[in-house]
Ligand binder design. Sequence first.
Ligand SMILES: Nc1nc2c(ncn2[C@@H]2O[C@H](COP(=O)(O)OP(=O)(O)OP(=O)(O)O)[C@@H](O)[C@H]2O)c(=O)[nH]1
Ligand SMILES: [Mg+2]
Length: 266
Amino acid sequence: MSRKKTPKSKGGSVPAASTLPAAANGPRLAHPRTARPGPEAPPNGPPQSGRPSLGGTGDFYDVAFKVMLVGDSGVGKTCLLVRFKDGAFLAGTFISTVGIDFRNKVLDVDGMKVKLQIWDTAGQERFRSVTHAYYRDAHALLLLYDITNKDSFDNIQAWLTEIQEYAQQDVVLMLLGNKVDSTQERVVKREDGEKLAKHLAGSSYLQEYGLPFMETSAKSGLNVDLAFTAIAKELKQRSTKAPSEPRFRLHDYVKREGRGVSCCRL
Ligand SMILES: Nc1nc2c(ncn2[C@@H]2O[C@H](COP(=O)(O)OP(=O)(O)OP(=O)(O)O)[C@@H](O)[C@H]2O)c(=O)[nH]1
Ligand SMILES: [Mg+2]
């Protein structure tokens, strides 16, 4: 199997009225004959062994998935994405996202190049109808709240109701409490995040895969790479796992690898 080349552009923004992405929700897999750059690559069945190596520069990939960041305006979705993609923090004036935006990043997951196309949605209510249309194509959703903003935490249930309505049934979900560096301003305890994740995981919608939870900081970088890597591992396993292989346990992985737990309690 040959590897597919990811476009050089940093990503792109999609204004409210633009064309929506392709509808298929299967993973995007590279194929020797049909491989072409861009997010609309067709699904081509499971990746095969014996693919040629193309240098491992991060430009080529074997399989691609769409990940969406959702949550209230100001919780740090854009900053989380910029931290993951560029390793930097967007300090200073808060510029709210308009419509929807995306960035690509290729990760090496157990020897396979996994491209994440990460869609950064606007949290503001007025863009809600735009983002609804993108849910159905998402393979994974990172649902964020801000630990310094109780409303953003209280709104998680409402976000989940939207997700239930618009996303695919088997979408991979993760709950993130962001801005954990802001210890003085914290109003949502870590335990409350854990409780909420447990409570929501009990709903029939999430019973099969549950709702993993982590606290993150786009400012310090805490657990940011981990959140995206865990998602990439889960998606890659779901699409390529042989029946005899043990299932990847997203919850266990996040629990084992997560950092900063004891430092961030109230
Ligand atoms: N202290 C701290 N501030 C953060 C963190 N992440 C984001 N911020 C700040 O929070 C504000 C909002 O961040 P954004 O990433 O733009 O928020 P957003 O969720 O994308 O907001 P919308 O685009 O309106 O949906 C900015 O002023 C950021 O600097 C973090 O981890 N720690
Ligand atoms: Mg934003």
